[in-house]
Each structure stands twice: as C-alpha cells, then as structure tokens.
Design a protein around this ligand. Sequence first.
Ligand code: NAD
Length: 308
Amino acid sequence: MKVTVVGAGAVGASCAEYIAIKNFASEVVLLDIKEGYAEGKAMDLMQTASLNGFDTKITGSTSDYTKTAGSDICVITSGIPRKPGMTREELIGINAGIVKSVSAGLIEHSPNTIIIVVSNPMDTMTYLVHKTTGLPKNRIIGMGGALDSARFKYRLAEALEAPISDVDGMVIGGHSDKGMVPLTAHATRNSVKVSEFLSEERLNQVKEDTKVGGATLTKLLGTSAWYAPGAAVSGLVQAIACDQKKMFPCSVLLDGEYGLNDLCIGVPVILGRNGIESIVEINLSDAEKAHLTESAAGVKKTNGLLEL
Ligand SMILES: NC(=O)c1ccc[n+]([C@@H]2O[C@H](COP(=O)([O-])OP(=O)(O)OC[C@H]3O[C@@H](n4cnc5c(N)ncnc54)[C@H](O)[C@@H]3O)[C@@H](O)[C@H]2O)c1
C-alpha cells in the first residue's frame, strides 16, 4: 500500500505522521514544491519510527512525480490555508490552479489511484478534480465531514460533560462555516438521543460552535488547524487501504442522491478498497433537508467561480 501526500505543510505532514503511526501502509511519499521541504519533513518523521514503533517508509520529493508512481491513494493538501477572518471560499483563486496541476501530475504516474482532496474550498476543489481528470466518481473523495464530525463530537461531549467515546454524531453538507449541517437530531450518547440530555438552546450552541470550529482555531493559531485535519484524512486513508467499509461523511459527486445533482458535497458514504463503495441516503428532517439544500446552493455558487 503506497500513499502519496502532496503538500508537506501543516496538514500534509500531520496526515503522513498519523498514517505512519497507524502502521498499515508500506510507503508514504510526501511531495512539495518548496525545495527540500518534503525531504526534510520525511526525514524528521522517519526519525520518529523507532520511537513510535512503525515500519512505514516515508520519503520526500521536491516536485518529482515519478517518485509517486503506483500510488494506491493520493492525498492533495497543497495550497494556501486561510488566515484569521478569511473564508475558505476566498482561497479558490490560488488553490484551483494548484489542485488542477497536482491532480494531473499524480494521475500521470498513478492512473489507478484514489484521490482524497483536502485543499480548500474543499467541495469545489473536489468538483474541480472531477471536471478535469475524468476519473470515475468512486475514486475522488473530498475530506471535510470527517473533520467536522470530530469537531461536533468534541462540542457534544463538552456540553454533555461526557467522555468523547460516549458520543456519536455526524456533520453533512458543505465544508464551510455556513454550509455545515450538524445532525443534532441523530446525535447520541451511548445510543440515547442527545436531545434527552441537552436543551434545544444548548444544542443550537453546539451546532453553531461546530460550524465555526475551523474559524475558531484559525483565530487562535493565526493559520488553519492541522492535527485533527491530518487525523481525519488518515482515517479515510485507512478505511480505503484496509477495505474497512466504514461510514464517513465525505464530499462526493451527487447524481440525484438527496435531490442534488452536479456538485460535490458532504453526505455519508461507505469507504473501502474501491474508494466510495456506496452513498448512504438517510432520512433527514424537513429542517435538515432545507439546510442541506441551502448549503448545496452555496457550494454551487463557489463552483461557478471555477474557470472550467
Ligand atoms: N478539508 C479540510 O478539512 C481542511 C482542513 C484543514 C486545512 N485544509 C486546507 O488544506 C490546505 C493546506 O493547509 P496547510 O495548513 O497544510 O497549509 P501549509 O501552507 O502549511 O501547507 C501547504 C503546502 O502546500 C505546498 N504547495 C503549494 N503549492 C504546491 C504545489 N503546486 N505542489 C506541491 N506543493 C505545493 C506549500 O509549499 C506548502 O508546504 C489549505 O488549503 C487548507 O485550507 C483543509
């Protein structure tokens, strides 16, 4: 199992580290455009191998795509992150060009790969990869919902004063401050609906805190977060590499599912060795449906800015 991670910055390196620590991949290639940067990050990470007990071989490359040849899974994290006060959508101008050229370079050397898109605005970047590569739709996956759901569970556990392992919940919709749809009505503590423990007002607060989860961290850190994003990507990579058939909300091309067409947006999917094994359609309340439809309109508006 060979995994390439493009972008050896904060998220890319964190992702490579979590993949290595989980010890399921034989090889991780980090690639970056900055001279020597990926090689340096790879060497530093390899020097944690004996400390963290993994056998995954991590190598680095400066823009040499031949080193990525034969990758089973490629993760795209290259591009600029947002600064405090910025929206993810504002990154489109620079990141669209980067994602387009990176995906072409990857596919040239790994025509059978599965691509996971992380660069923002992620739903639109995932759509761009669909439009420009012609890969089958099961092999293009956008990561956002797995991270947003982890942030939702963190906020739920905080409100419930419960351990996070007691809590389950999912966020679907667009990966943006306004577009996220935290499914509060479906969230549970040890299989009991959280609405049995929390007032509507507190649940609404959880929802709002979840939606601005990334912005809150960007304000604190001065750039966007990387530990949870890296861990979330590694979860998707592992589900595919180990054919786990696990369910995650991921940004995928919809063709009528949830009444939506011709866009990539977060919905629950089953991940396995074929990438997206299936899209799961769950019953949503009228309010959740309305929120998802509104979120889709926002994603389509951003897609409209692409020069395709
Ligand atoms: N989808 C999500 O949930 C999620 C979460 C966090 C961050 N992000 C996004 O991920 C991206 C990366 O964030 P980061 O914090 O790691 O940024 P970063 O600046 O730390 O790293 C980005 C790296 O990409 C490299 N790069 C730029 N152009 C490249 C190219 N053409 N080829 C190869 N490498 C190139 C840069 O040299 C840099 O090292 C941003 O767009 C950010 O918004 C997405």
